[in-house]
Design a binder for this molecule. Sequence first.
Ligand SMILES: NC(=O)c1ccc[n+]([C@@H]2O[C@H](COP(=O)([O-])OP(=O)(O)OC[C@H]3O[C@@H](n4cnc5c(N)ncnc54)[C@H](O)[C@@H]3O)[C@@H](O)[C@H]2O)c1
Length: 252
Amino acid sequence: MKLANQVAIVTGAGRNIGEAIAKTLAAEGAKVAVLDLDKGRGDKVAAEITKAGGEASAFVADVASEADIARVVAAVVDRWGRIDILINNAAISDNKSLLDITREQWDAVIAVTLTGPFLMSQQVARRMVAQGSGGKIVNIGSTSGFFGRSRAVAYAAAKGGVANLTRAMAVQLAPYKIRVNGVVPNKIGSPVGKDEFDPTRPVVNLVGRPGVPLDMARAVLFLVSEDSEFIDGNMLFVDGGVSAMMVGEKAR
Ligand SMILES: NC(=O)c1ccc[n+]([C@@H]2O[C@H](COP(=O)([O-])OP(=O)(O)OC[C@H]3O[C@@H](n4cnc5c(N)ncnc54)[C@H](O)[C@@H]3O)[C@@H](O)[C@H]2O)c1
């Protein structure tokens, strides 16, 4: 068990990528706080982890709310006494162009997708610093944070922010032995904000199959385990190699 006796919070853990991360960390011995805005989803994932022999509790919270985060951090510490791992996974997308998006839509996406990881990390890192025994934070980025896209503008800006928030946090938290890394998915399972796999979604990559949530969960497990102890401030592309391809290059 790579994470025995460690306590992890996974945001947006009620389905898809967050669910796979929560289950993978729990299978390695972590006690997992399944944080989600949707109570039904969180309860279901926590129950499935418990049924499989792991330890988990569901917490309903909005990652854009400081008050919600403070309540959950206190409740997790109350339940398990400490926090060792934070996975900032919750995000929403706008699916808009610059010419169409409203100010309200922009603000909503930035609040959840960029400010959420900032607020969660701030409150959890303060706790980790007070504990004095280090910690690990992994931010879920996106290839949309590195390249322009026709179908999302606020999400692309937020994910670009998440990438450099990761580096800034890594530098600022290194003195406290808190490592901060990120993973960069591209087209994993269903699109963000949806729960149905779309077989018509065009997937081009070097591996030759669509990514699945477990691909992300395995990379996150690596980044929170001692196997990655010399990796810090890194955004690990887990995208089937699509980011390595020059535009117009044939995949296979
Ligand atoms: N699915 C992809 O193809 C893909 C590609 C690149 C990056 N990503 C990133 O991976 C992560 C997970 O994506 P997904 O496709 O699994 O998302 P999803 O929409 O399927 O699930 C997100 C979960 O987060 C919860 N959530 C939404 N807003 C929240 C909030 N304010 N507070 C707390 N919980 C909230 C939802 O209830 C949901 O259960 C995101 O950071 C996303 O940007 C996904």
